[in-house]
Ligand binder design. Structure first.
Ligand code: NAD
Length: 283
């Protein structure tokens, strides 16, 4: 069994990005990401800190705009519109989840697609459906998964892949990206009748649910490549994924740890999108 070491691969990506930022700086371009956060959410605060820390490490400017819980959809959209036209800003992300009183689809739609470095705008998601060449500003968690597996020379063509979870930010886009790479993809979710039947069939199993211990060793085949996207905080403060790591790792050929697997790759791919956007907006 081999660990898919997200920290190691992410740091390789970040060091390449550092060089690209230096080149941009030489052209008087200072890549800048603006993170919008509404209300108080401890998990979001943690993710924002990780993103800002990584930005700082590689020379990307990051601004955090914090708003109170009672912000209106209109006020948020108006903030986004001014960032859209601000030429010093290359990437805009709205930290999700937003308070229930705010319309997330309307807010995401307000982001200029060229600055949508999270890749959640319908324009960027739609392009992804066409082929790998059109995966332009792709969502960073799915991109991170693909990049991590590619680093370990894992191929997708013809593979049986099961994705558990069908959210717009992980499950659906990773399924499309793997279809683009000619995998045979099965997508499971809360309404799937016999989850184990589908997980046992998987040569590559990707789990993005948010339920600790959901995938047990009897639910995977021997030799599985297991990718755990889940981030769950346990009452003792520790963090775990959705896969029973201890027992599934005994049957797996490759497995991602949590933490240290998909999480760091997500951050690295987000920053890659910021650099991509900064280059393009300054051609
Ligand atoms: P979500 O809540 O939007 O979606 C959860 C999905 O799981 C849904 O499709 C739902 O139908 C499915 N589901 C729920 N219970 C199930 C069950 N018993 N059996 C099968 N499917 C079930 O979540 P999300 O935003 O996609 O995030 C999923 C997990 O991944 C969370 O733990 C989140 O914190 C984590 N996450 C990690 C990263 C990262 O960088 N590592 C990035 C994004 C999300």
């Amino acid at each position: 069994m081999q660990i898919l070491d997200g920290r190691k691969v992410a740091s390789l990506i970040l060091s390449e990005l550092t060089n690209e930022v230096v080149l941009l700086n030489k052209k008087n371009v200072q890549p800048k990401l603006v993170i919008i956060s509404v209300g108080e959410n401890p998990a979001s605060a943690l993710y924002i800190r990780a993103k800002q820390h990584a930005c700082k490490k590689i020379g990307i400017l990051s601004d955090l705009l914090k708003f109170p819980e009672n912000l209106t959809t209109e006020a948020l959209i108006s903030t986004i519109q001014s960032l859209n036209t601000d030429s010093s800003v290359h990437g805009i992300i709205v930290q999700l989840p937003l308070p229930k009183t705010i319309s997330t689809p309307l807010v995401i739609r307000a982001i200029l697609p060229k600055k949508d470095v999270d890749g959640f705008h319908a324009y960027n998601l739609g392009k992804m459906f066409l082929s790998t060449e059109f995966e332009d500003l792709a969502p960073s968690t799915p991109s991170g998964i693909v990049r991590l597996l590619e680093h370990y020379e894992i191929t997708f063509e013809g593979k049986e892949v099961t994705v558990v979870g069908h959210s717009n930010i992980v499950g659906k886009p990773i399924s499309v990206m793997l279809l683009n790479r000619n995998a045979t993809v099965t997508i499971c979710h809360i309404y799937t009748k016999d989850l184990a039947k589908h997980t046992r069939n998987a040569e590559i199993l990707i789990v993005a649910v948010g339920k600790p211990g959901l995938i047990t060793a009897d639910m995977v085949r021997s030799g599985v490549i297991a990718v755990d996207v889940g981030i769950n905080r346990l009452p003792d403060g520790s963090v775990c994924g959705d896969i029973d790591f201890l027992n599934v790792s005994k049957k797996a050929t490759f497995i991602t740890p949590v933490p240290g697997g998909v999480g760091p790759m997500t951050v690295a791919c987000l920053l890659e999108n910021v650099v991509k956007s900064a280059k393009r907006l300054n051609i």
